[in-house]
Write a protein that binds this ligand. Structure first.
Ligand code: ADP
Length: 471
């Protein structure tokens, strides 16, 4: 079985969120007889020490609308996986991964470059596994323009977040798709919707949690594509993500102040070290609540903003690390400025600091409006931080409310997207921390012992690949 993963991120080469974690970890989790390789853009932001091992493989030119575009193919081995990179400086020599005026062109170029480069790879994929809108043109192109080149190759498309669809004006991107007219499979209110094209073209569609697979069939979560999801209905399979438990391991994590095997003992030392590092009052007995997140509407920041003063009335410390919408960045910075003893906002994307925060925190707040899977709550549990989440998508599939009778449950949760429901849940959690330390320790243990192993997910993906290969 040969599988080519195509994505716009893969940790440690490029990561802006959970997608990077997934593509960094899932390919390593398949059994040895499955040859899984990964292809992504050669961003100039790839860390220098990794670039040193990346070697030139081949180059060619792609013709799109009478223009020739350079396409270099580079390659390296990393932790037993072969990674390929598509090199074109005009598209990928930029300070960040996304949010450029020409993202549509950049990733359509990438999609075509991937398909055109396969003959140079000496690798014949049975499955091309695409991820999110940046790769969504591939299932479409494979079905409509590359069938002769790849008669037996099947496409799998995974929705990591249906909110981001790749919607562009026909005149802006049709040349990259070699389109003379707008086909109905791609059409969305007169524009091109790349995600829609993938949903209608892929041989299998998956998404990253069973609950999200159901949720996106209705309009609150479907982001305008719920009818398409209903239409392709049974083909949308929810497979829960995992985390790389070797990468996120408090016993060995070099980013931590004090690595630990037992969260009960060493978390408070990490908390004190972090308080000192962040200039918060050094208090072992105060519960630390954290958020490490993209600062976007999806993550429930409007709920937090709504009741932030009530939250800060409690005896707790709130640590927020994130980047995103400037209105949230400014708001959270200014609130922290007014509560210097209780709250700190760090506007940055800082991987080592994120790990220090996971390790120091007692609670991890994730009140998402929607959450396809969510990895942060799993990472938090791996470091013994108790999640407080809204019951949606993968949060619902990974966090269960602690039940004081059965002593089961690894966190706290609330169902309705409502600021006061969230506040009430935080108040309950903080009260348990202060008044029932034994119960709190039980919940920490339950969270710490919740395992989200990639190997299980990889087996499920493999079973679907096998079915596709036989069809
Ligand atoms: P999403 O993919 O929607 O951003 P996930 O919870 O699936 O959310 O994954 C988020 C990943 O990005 C986690 O590994 C989290 O630790 C990391 N992350 C998010 N924001 C930051 C930040 N500001 N600094 C460091 N890591 C971050």
């Amino acid at each position: 079985m040969n599988v080519l993963f195509v994505a716009s991120e893969a940790y440690p080469f490029a990561k802006s969120g959970g997608l990077g974690d997934v593509i960094g970890a899932l390919p390593k989790s398949f059994p040895d007889d499955v040859d899984v390789r990964v292809i992504l853009p050669f961003y100039s932001t790839i860390p220098e020490e990794l670039k040193r091992n990346i070697k030139f493989l081949d180059h060619f030119h792609i013709q799109m609308n009478n223009t020739l575009y350079y396409c270099g193919i580079l390659s390296c081995e990393y932790e037993g996986i072969t990674f390929y990179f598509i090199d074109n400086e005009s598209f990928f020599k930029r300070p960040s991964l996304y949010n450029y005026f020409d993202d549509g062109e950049r990733f359509l170029y990438f999609c075509r470059a991937v398909l055109d480069s396969i003959p140079s790879l000496n690798f014949d994929p049975d499955i091309i596994h695409c991820n999110d809108w940046q790769t969504a043109a591939i299932p479409y192109l494979l079905k409509h323009q590359y069938r002769t080149a790849f008669p037996n190759t099947k496409s799998v498309f995974t929705i990591h977040n249906i909110k981001y669809q790749g919607i562009y004006g026909f005149n802006d991107i049709s040349k990259y798709l070699h389109l003379g007219f707008l086909p109905s499979d791609l059409e969305y209110y007169g524009k091109i919707n790349l995600l829609k094209g993938a949903l209608y073209s892929a041989d299998l569609i998956t998404t990253v949690s069973p609950t999200y697979a159901q949720e996106i069939k209705n309009s609150f979560y479907g982001e305008g594509l719920e009818r398409v999801i209903q239409h392709v209905g049974d083909h949308v399979v929810g497979i829960l993500n995992g985390i790389d438990e070797a990468l996120y391991d408090p016993k060995t994590d070099p980013a931590l102040f004090i690595p630990y095997a037992n969260p009960q003992k060493k978390k408070s030392e990490n908390k004190k070290a972090l308080q000192e590092y962040l200039d918060l009052p050094i208090r072992e007995d105060v519960p630390m609540v954290s958020m490490i997140t993209r600062l976007v509407e999806q993550k429930g920041l409007d709920l937090v903003a709504n009741v932030i003063h009530e939250i800060l009335q409690m005896d707790l410390q709130l640590v927020i690390l994130g980047t995103g919408d400037s209105n949230y960045e400014n708001l959270l910075r200014s609130i922290a400025y007014n509560y210097p003893d209780k709250m700190i906002t760090i506007i940055d994307f800082d991987e080592p600091l994120s790990r220090k925060i996971y390790a120091a925190s007692d609670f991890f707040l994730m009140p998402s409006r929607f959450e396809p899977c969510g990895l942060s709550q799993m990472i938090a549990m791996r470091y013994g931080a108790v999640p407080i989440v809204r019951e949606t998508g993968g949060l619902k599939d990974t966090v269960t409310y602690f039940n004081s009778k059965t002593k089961e449950g690894n966190g706290f949760s609330f169902a309705t997207y409502n600021a006061h429901d969230m506040l009430f849940t935080i108040q309950k959690a903080i009260a348990i921390y202060h008044n029932e330390p034994k119960t709190f320790n039980l919940i920490v243990n339950n969270a710490f012992n919740s395992h989200f192993d990639w190997k299980n997910s990889a087996q499920v993906y493999l079973s679907y690949y096998k079915i596709l290969k036989e069809v």
